[in-house]
Design a protein. Structure first.
Length: 95
């Protein structure tokens, strides 16, 4: 098993794509939640918006061959489903 050395360029690239992914996920969440809010209740629109945003962001990051190092090898649909389920549960507990 080869160990990967932590080089400044690798750390910078990971940090850059992490920030870019966070901004993209946030933007897509707001967009999907507002769009779906016209057709669904706010609770389900936000949950689905988060799930779609996470899935789309991970899918795009895998297209550029730079997924987040913690989620490497994870299916975007599974990650989006887990994110949507987490938001749904937390909104149920908070209300």
């Amino acid at each position: 098993m080869a160990s990967k050395k932590w080089k400044p360029a690798n750390l910078f690239r990971q940090a850059f794509f992490f920030l870019l992914g966070a901004v993209l996920t946030g933007f897509l969440t707001v967009f999907f939640a507002k769009f779906l809010g016209h057709y669904l209740s706010l609770h389900f629109a936000v949950s689905l918006g988060v799930g779609l945003a996470v899935a789309l962001t991970l899918w795009l990051s895998q297209l550029v061959k730079n997924p987040p190092f913690l989620l490497k090898g994870t299916s975007p649909l599974i990650a989006g489903f887990c994110a949507a389920l987490g938001v749904h549960i937390s909104r149920m507990w908070l209300s």
